[in-house]
Design a protein around this ligand. Structure first.
Ligand code: SF4
Ligand code: SF4
Length: 202
């Protein structure tokens, strides 16, 4: 799941300055589950834009904004997209980028894309993976230090953790404490003895 968050409405409005006819596109997967681009948020955005004097020509909620077949598929769902001077996409940057390639009017994002995360039950889990292209998360009990330790340490903790919290981001759990606990739980503590070499970029 891509973790994204809503930009302040004032920022969205400022970006749309001078543009009248706006078509809104949500995303019924990640953005909907995070409440930043599902139907309630799209309808709320339409109302706010109208209240700010904009003309909202229509909206659609594709299954995933990052996976839209064609411009025709958008027109099929929302024919009024043809009247738009600009499109506002309530998804992550990937969805905004896909929409940009399909339309011939300017496209604006209403969200910031924060990280590649996930969700477990009601808990949103941000920043689980850095998309490094060389996954060896099995060495760390499934908790990636490249993504979760601000120092990116591959071979154990820095020693600065206090009461299980990271010394850099004190509100976050120390990634290496989490890794230790997970390896302990799975009977894999011997992995801590293994030296993990830095990635070769040669
Ligand atoms: S090693 Fe970590 S950052 Fe790299 S792909 Fe795997 S989970 Fe993502
Ligand atoms: S306290 Fe833990 S998570 Fe924070 S920098 Fe040190 S090893 Fe990394």
């Amino acid at each position: 799941m891509i973790i994204s968050s809503s930009k302040p409405f004032g920022e969205v409005l400022a970006a749309l300055e001078g543009i009248d006819n706006i078509f809104v596109i949500g995303c019924n997967v990640c953005a909907a589950r995070l409440h930043v681009g599902g139907e309630p948020e799209v309808l709320d955005m339409c109302e706010k834009l109208k209240a700010a004097g904009k003309h909202v020509v229509g909206w659609v909620l594709p299954t995933a904004a990052c996976s839209i077949r064609s411009y025709g598929a958008l027109v099929e769902k929302g024919p009024d997209i043809r009247k738009a001077d600009a499109i506002l996409v309530m998804a992550c940057g990937s969805g905004t980028s896909v929409v940009s390639r399909l339309v011939d009017v300017p496209v604006y994002p209403s969200n910031n894309t924060d990280s590649l995360g996930g969700r477990s039950g009601e808990q949103v889990l941000p920043q689980l993976c850095e998309m490094c292209g060389a996954c060896n998360i099995q060495e760390f009990g499934g908790i990636c230090p490249k993504a979760n330790c601000p120092k990116g340490l591959l071979n154990g903790p820095c020693g600065g953790s206090i009461s299980g919290k990271c010394e850099v981001y004190t509100e976050k759990d120390c990634a290496w404490q989490l890794i230790y606990r997970q390896l302990e739980k799975t009977g894999s503590l011997e992995l801590l003895e293994k030296i993990i070499e830095p990635r070769s970029y040669s």
